[in-house]
Design a protein around this ligand. Structure first.
Ligand SMILES: *[C@@H]1O[C@H](CO)[C@@H](O)[C@H](O)[C@H]1NC(C)=O
Ligand SMILES: *[C@@H]1O[C@H](CO)[C@@H](O)[C@H](O)[C@H]1NC(C)=O
Length: 378
């Protein structure tokens, strides 16, 4: 009799504990207690598909994650072009003047270093970069000041370039033409071209020609550039580091110039390949022979299907003018997971009686918490 009673008590405790860590109950914070507001910054470029996905996914994560520590989150959402000086300035403003506890952006490590230089306290504030792929810096040389804490939820761009090169090697194409977007990120583009060039060397291929395009180019100029390439270059085009918006324009023009017919090959980088499935635009539907490397994620899991249903609804109601069904891509999944990881760490720190929510050595802490997210295990 007594044993039974004890057992059920113990079970009850386990359940209670379980429910608090699964985050579906208010274990510490009763619902009538006032909640302290935490500001979290999101800087996204709503003119790009990826940026729009970031916005919806983070808003969904904020709704889904309930703090056990009597806090609620207010998102400070700022619309800003990707990797611009404006984004860096906005980030600094959110940190210095709006007391954000964490921030999601698409900044590069150099840009984040600049922010840390201008405000030293900001090294305590988690800044998560959601850009798709990034250059992994070489190992830190000894006797150098430590790098700023910074987490990039992205792929090593070298892997993407190796995948593209492997595809080209597979078809034995010896020379390729590279097209990329000039997003005032000149040095990044050149570094990426270098990596691609090295990878192509491994498969006995090379970049014969490369040309930058910009969304600011007038349409006749885009046609002119493509025409020049079709006359003076080989017929294997590799489109890297391009937004979906520029790619759409380029494909439209290439089609008009009959550069998407037999005899031409188009290979796209991750920014496009990862979005192709979620788009149903006429431009993308009609593309024949487009090759790309896409990041794998589990699409058959119930958790993903549930997420997708809700994401579609939210996306289409916020951006009704957008094409397609609003299916989430890897961009959305990673943004959702990144928020979840940071919120978990913040929550834990505040439960331990750190009301300011300063996460010392935060990248280690966040990286240690093995979260099984939608995009995989973090
Ligand atoms: C740096 O940021 C903190 C908040 O994170 C703020 O209190 C402080 O005033 C900022 N310093 C400067 C120089 O802007
Ligand atoms: C196209 O090629 C011609 C001749 O090589 C060159 O003069 C012209 O500047 C090129 N135009 C563009 C838009 O690249």
């Amino acid at each position: 009799m007594f044993t039974k009673l004890w057992l059920s008590c113990f079970l009850g405790f386990l359940l209670l504990n379980g429910s608090s860590s699964k985050n579906d109950g208010n274990f510490q914070c009763s619902s009538d207690e006032p909640k302290t507001v935490l500001n979290i910054g999101v800087i996204a470029d709503s003119s790009s598909r990826a940026g729009r996905e970031h916005i919806i996914a983070i808003q969904m994560a904020v709704e889904d994650y309930i703090f056990t520590s009597c806090h609620k989150v207010e998102l400070l959402l700022v619309d800003s072009p990707e990797n611009s000086a404006q984004t860096t300035a906005t980030s600094l403003d959110l940190i210095s003047n709006k007391e954000v506890k964490a921030m999601f952006t698409t900044l590069t490590m150099e840009e984040v270093s600049l922010i840390f230089e201008l405000n030293k306290t900001s090294t305590n504030i988690p800044i998560i970069s959601l850009s798709l792929a990034s250059l992994v810096p070489p190992p830190q040389p000894p006797n150098q000041p430590p790098r700023p804490p910074f987490i990039q939820m992205s792929n090593d761009i070298a892997h993407e370039m190796q995948c593209i090169a492997a595809t080209i090697g597979n078809f034995h194409w010896r020379r390729v033409t590279v097209i990329y977007e000039d997003k005032n990120g000149f040095p990044t583009n050149m570094a990426v071209l270098n990596i691609l060039s090295n990878s192509l060397g491994d498969v006995y291929s090379k970049i014969e020609n490369h040309l930058a395009f910009s969304l600011l180019d007038p349409e006749p100029l885009i046609e002119q550039k493509l025409m020049n390439l079709s006359i003076n270059s080989n017929r294997v085009f590799v489109l890297v580091q391009s937004s979906k918006e520029l790619a759409t324009l380029i494909f439209e023009k290439a089609k008009k110039l009959k550069m998407m017919t037999d005899g031409y090959a188009w290979i796209v980088g991750g920014e496009i390949a990862n979005l192709v499935d979620s788009l149903y635009s006429s431009t993308f539907n009609n593309l024949q022979g487009l090759i790309g490397c896409k990041i794998y994620f589990e699409e058959t899991e119930d958790s993903f299907k549930k997420f997708r249903t809700k994401f579609r609804r939210n996306y289409m109601s916020k951006f009704p003018e957008d094409e397609g069904q609003g299916d989430p891509s890897i961009f959305a999944l990673r943004a959702y997971d990144a928020y979840w990881a940071i919120a978990t760490a913040l929550d834990e720190i505040m439960l331990k009686g750190n009301p300011n929510g300063i996460i010392k050595e935060w990248p280690k802490k966040v990286l240690r918490s093995k979260i099984e997210g939608l995009s995989g295990v973090l």
